[in-house]
Ligand binder design. Structure first.
Ligand code: NFS
Ligand code: SF4
Length: 624
């Protein structure tokens, strides 16, 4: 597709990245401060020039403040998504939304029990109303001594105690974001250690926001179970009205999927014999793929390319990680870019405001724009690459436990624990995060996962990492035979056969979108509780080898806070301060057990993560 864009003279993310070179050294090291109008102030990294900003802030203060602001922005993004879902649930409970309903009553009861919401003898609408109110309380509570409900009902007891002793448990998501902005204002918190503690607290508020977003989405739309899907640009169809959904929030995309079938005949009448073909991009794509097997066209970095196939009638976007370039690229083809959220508009796009109260009606209106646009296709420009990969997806924690239960119904986690103890499975790695134009797209994911699977490390993935593995053919039974070491292959084969998949489980288990990193937390919490240890004792590590967004900084930070060695393949803007770098690596390890590993080379990074797994195994007295 890059050949197509080049021939047409269209600049993509990769061209724009090149045009940005060389990128600023002050910004890259975190030594540029723009927090007040006396700036921008820059600290000379080599110690020759100025060492203090106009206000007197030194390199450590400047780096730490900037980092905390990134975490706060990431937390705000996830938590707004979560609030949106919680409000929708509240309104379903008030009978105000007729296009939504509870699709997973079992999950509703499970989370209600966890959050102390009574269910016995109550109407479903009363239960969800109270559950939504308790959840929204996590955005409103002013009592510092009462930590947020979701996090405090989720992590293992020793971890909660540690976080509580360090004063790190958030009491209110919104307050944490506001506090992060306030303490990093000019002339406020200037002590790097105190700033980073604040950063950990806001990042844990991010975890709380992710947990509630995931779990309440499951209540409304169903908890994912293993399902077959396909990924890569070849999922677009020449004979269908192709519609991509891009962004993050399932509230819109679920309804788009629901009503697409109703409009089949209209699409056929418009000249598309195969009707409407919905495909996903980024995390909205992951949400639909996990719950319904909807094909995934691509992940973050190549989101402009479906347009260049000349066969995409519309891209419907909601929030986050949507490139503002899309309408510019679309202007060179026939594609319509449709924004739907009043806080996320893009110049050049068509805006059709989404309202949950009229969800189906608006979804139909949007799809009719796409159907109507089919006639504007230029048949000469249609160029759909013949690239697609099968993928088995849908491994929510419940999905994984159900697969394990086919081996041991009475004690589902036992087979996993036994195999970790025996060494057949050496440990678990969670791959999360984005793509980044600084790295060849998906390269770090594929290199590291292959290297670790060969060494019998089980891989789980979320967000754009999942997209990379789905496109890269790492979510099939065949990939298990091809890439896994003997021990891991044996386990995945036994479970896959017992679960009736007709072959091994794939080497990479797709756990969902970025907010679904909370699913991975649920899995490691279950493992820790089963073994009677803390998360920081487990042979479990995390990696964001192509990290890009502020959300990824929030996720990486709570991953450290809950005790996981956490790899970043892109260097965050911290290296200008040895103090801050020391705080998030060595000091974090001493206090929390989790710590950042920054390593751009994927082979070396895989070695470091494997070493961290071995260190944990040795700590538990397991063979290494
Ligand atoms: Ni996560 Fe999903 Fe992708 Fe990164 Fe963006 S789409 S929420 S932030 S780029 S993984
Ligand atoms: Fe400069 Fe201080 Fe203002 Fe930052 S806060 S721009 S270091 S004067």
């Amino acid at each position: 597709m890059l050949g197509v864009t080049k021939a047409a003279g269209i600049a993509t993310a990769w061209d724009r990245y090149k045009a940005q070179q060389p990128q600023c050294g002050f910004g890259s090291t975190g030594l540029c401060c723009r927090i007040c109008l006396q700036g921008p102030c820059r600290i000379d990294p080599f110690g020759n020039g100025p060492q203090y900003g106009v206000c007197g802030a030194d390199r450590d203060t400047i780096v730490a403040r900037h980092l905390v602001r990134m975490m706060a922005a990431g937390t705000a993004a996830h938590s707004e998504h979560g609030r949106h879902i919680a409000l929708a649930l509240l309104h379903v409970g008030e009978h105000k939304l007729h296009d939504y309903a509870v699709h997973d009553d079992e999950k509703l009861h499970a989370v209600a029990a966890r959050l102390g919401v009574a269910t016995e003898g109550r109407e479903q609408s009363d239960i969800i109303h109270e559950l939504a109110e308790v959840t929204l309380g996590d955005y409103q509570n002013q009592d510092y001594d009462k930590p947020c409900h979701w996090i405090s009902s989720s992590l293992p007891a020793p971890r909660l105690k540690k976080l509580s002793d360090l004063g790190l448990l958030p009491h209110n998501i919104d307050a944490m974001v506001a506090q992060s902005m306030s303490r990093t204002h000019m002339g406020c918190d200037a002590e790097p250690e105190n700033l980073i503690l604040g950063g950990l607290r806001v990042a844990l508020a991010d975890l709380n926001g992710e947990m509630l977003a995931t779990e309440l989405s499951d209540v409304l739309f169903g908890t994912p179970k293993p399902v077959a899907s396909v990924a890569n640009l070849g999922v677009l169809k020449r004979n269908a009205v192709n519609v991509a959904v891009n962004g993050h929030n399932p509230l819109l995309s679920e309804i788009i999927c629901n009503v697409a079938a109703d409009l089949h005949d209209e699409a056929v009448a418009a000249g598309a014999p195969e009707g409407i073909n919905i495909v996903g991009v980024c995390c909205t794509g992951n949400e639909l793929m996990m719950r319904h097997g909807v094909p995934l066209a691509t992940n973050y970095l190549s989101q402009e390319l479906p347009i260049a196939t000349g066969a995409l009638e519309a891209m419907i976007v909601d929030v986050q990680c949507v490139m503002p370039s899309l309408p510019r690229i679309a202007a060179c083809f026939h594609t319509k870019i449709i924004t739907t959220d009043n806080q996320n508009k893009i110049t050049g796009a068509t805006h059709i405001e989404f309202e949950e109260e009229r969800a189906s009606e608006i979804a139909r209106q949007i799809l009719r724009v796409a159907i109507d646009n089919f006639k504007r296709r230029d048949p000469k420009r249609i160029d759909i690459p013949d690239e697609k990969q099968e993928a088995i997806v849908g491994f929510s924690t419940e999905g994984i436990v159900a697969a394990l239960a086919t081996v041991d119904a009475a004690d589902p986690l036992k087979p996993m624990v036994d195999n970790i103890v025996s060494g057949a499975i050496q440990g678990v790695v969670l791959f999360a995060g984005c793509n980044n134009a600084k790295i060849q797209q998906d390269h770090n994911y594929l290199t590291m996962a292959k290297s670790l699977a060969k060494r019998n490390v089980l891989v789980v993935a979320t967000g754009c990492a999942s997209g990379a593995f789905a496109k890269g053919g790492m979510m099939t039974s065949a990939a298990t035979d091809q890439y896994c070491g003997e021990g891991l292959r044996g386990v995945l084969t036994a479970i896959g056969e017992a679960a009736g998949l007709g072959g091994p489980l794939p080497p990479v288990l797709h756990m969902g979108a970025c907010v679904d990193n909370s699913r991975a937390v649920a899995l490691v919490t279950a493992l820790a509780n089963k073994l009677g240890v803390d998360i920081s004792d487990l042979p479990v590590v995390a990696s964001a080898p192509e990290a890009m967004s502020e959300k990824a900084m929030a996720i990486g930070t709570w991953s450290v806070a809950i005790g996981l060695p956490t790899h970043l393949g892109t260097v965050p803007p911290v290296v200008g301060s040895d103090v801050v770098t020391g705080l998030i690596t060595d000091a974090a390890k001493a206090q929390l057990g989790g710590y950042f590993i920054v390593e751009p080379d994927p082979e070396k990074a895989a070695d470091s993560l494997f070493d961290a797994i071995q260190e944990r195994r040795a700590g538990l007295g397991l063979s290494t």
